[in-house]
Design a protein around this ligand. Structure first.
Ligand code: FE2
Length: 460
């Protein structure tokens, strides 16, 4: 009986911040090797899985498909990319590669472009001078349509706002060839994706600045298949998405649950050992090349010493499964720490904090809206003996077994698509108030509403 099993009922594990990845402090011991096409198993340029690809996925946890998406389908999104605020406002010019170097110095520190008029406060997205009723000034606001950071040495623009553009989703995660591969790997029913995390662009670093380096982690989301699609040509040491092959096989048995990642001490030990033992693999490829990996793959933004802009679409895919409520996080007020919703659907606020009334429902609540599936999986079974016990991997032919579930933001009636004056490529979910998504039960406990997708019985 595990420590979370109490008289037959499995207690919800301690909730984690939806935005926190799983990682440990140790550094990667080895430099990455490039995934040049000569290393691909046979079949990399064909739809479907060869026996060698199945074997590689089982042993290493990934495959790369070359030219899976015709690069022409990206053209409209390339055109849109050059028109976005992080490019235009920082003077980045398509025809002058010198302007591509380290544009982050021109990005405003508050990173609040292109947001809809739907914040929980008065007016548009809050400016610094706006009062924030539901959280303290300086408290994080959650993901923005354009997340702009400097990661180790390189400026990074995560364009999440394009990730719910229906045409963009159709050209990437819901592209027929990608859906085919998802079913060939995971098996059906595949949950038809309605959003992805968008285009992550890594810019050439300032040559005077620090060297580019790896930051290995695992995303710790309710995701089964990680998919990375290139929209630009990436050679060695040009920001190629970097993975640690075999890491899913080593992490999976250490989780308390099969479908919801719940780390244990063994997970932290495995993570340290992976970084010590594994030679990472740098995804090198052309626009339209796609990396598929088990979602527990340890990964990192790539080392980028090149003069190119790395453009990759980061995607999460799942089977259609019974899920429960959204993984929410609530701001503390007056300096109190934030509180996360657990797998039972409860926020448990401390009742002994005189500065933060636990009954105060007028506080900002966010979820990780960049995800297509951000609801907990209902099943809390422990990991299976075989990590791929339920996967297809060549067992069944692909039949187009894809289920079009209603997206979570529609079920919860939450804003996500751009509205008002917000241009294409913007939008995203601002904070809502705790009392709009949960009921107060007393003793510091708020219980969230569930708007679950009910699978229809298709067995006939
Ligand atoms: Fe990540």
């Amino acid at each position: 009986m595990s420590q979370n099993q109490v008289s037959g009922a499995i207690r919800a594990p301690k909730p984690a911040d939806p935005e926190s990845a799983f990682g440990t402090k140790t550094k990667a011991a080895h430099a990455p090797r490039p995934s040049t096409p000569d290393l691909d198993p046979p079949g990399a340029d064909q739809l479907g899985l060869s026996p060698e690809e199945i074997a590689q996925f089982r042993e290493q946890g990934y495959i790369i498909k070359r030219g899976l998406i015709p690069p022409e389908v990206f053209e409209p999104f390339h055109a849109l990319w050059w028109q976005q605020p992080p490019i235009v406002n920082s003077g980045v010019n398509e025809n002058d590669p010198r302007t591509w170097v380290a544009p982050g110095k021109h990005w405003p520190p508050d990173q609040r472009w292109s947001t809809a008029d739907n914040w929980m406060g008065e007016g548009a997205w809050p400016r610094d001078e706006d009062a924030r009723r539901g959280a303290q000034a300086g408290e994080r606001v959650g993901r923005l349509p354009h997340k702009l950071t400097q990661d180790i040495a390189n400026d990074v623009w995560r364009w999440h706002g394009i990730g719910h553009d229906p045409d963009f989703v159709n050209a990437t995660t819901a592209h027929p060839n990608v859906l085919h591969m998802a079913e060939a790997l995971m098996g059906g029913p595949v949950k038809r994706p309605h959003r992805n995390r968008g285009i992550y662009s890594i810019f050439p670093r300032d040559p005077e600045g620090d060297e580019s380096n790896l930051g290995p982690h695992m995303d710790a989301n309710m995701t089964e298949l990680m998919v990375v699609t290139y929209m630009s040509r990436i050679g060695p040491r040009q920001g190629g998405f970097t993975i640690f092959p075999t890491s899913p096989q080593r992490l999976y048995p250490t989780s308390e649950q099969a479908y919801n990642w719940v780390a244990t001490d063994a997970s932290r030990e495995a993570m340290d050992a992976i970084k010590e033992d594994v030679v990472p693999l740098e995804f090198v490829g052309e626009p339209g090349d796609v990396l598929f990996a088990h979602a527990l793959m340890v990964h990192s933004a790539g080392i980028h010493e090149g003069d190119n802009i790395r453009m990759a679409v980061i995607q999460d895919m799942n089977r259609s499964r019974q899920r429960t409520h959204m993984r929410w996080t609530a701001a503390g007020k007056n300096g109190a720490p934030r509180v996360h919703c657990d797998m039972d659907g409860c926020f448990r606020f401390p009742t002994d904090n005189t500065d933060d009334d636990p009954a105060d429902g007028d506080r900002e609540v966010t979820n990780q809206w960049i995800m297509d599936s951000n609801e907990f999986v209902e099943s809390r079974v422990p990991p299976h003996e075989d990590i791929f016990a339920e996967w297809n991997l060549g067992r069944e032919p692909v039949t187009g077994n894809v289920i079009d579930e209603q997206p979570w933001w529609e079920r919860y009636n939450l804003p996500l698509l751009p509205e008002g004056d917000v241009p294409r490529g913007g939008g995203g979910m601002p904070a809502v108030s705790l009392d709009s998504i949960a009921e107060y039960e007393g003793d510091g406990v708020w219980r969230v509403d569930r708007h679950v997708w009910e699978p229809t019985d298709t067995s006939g």
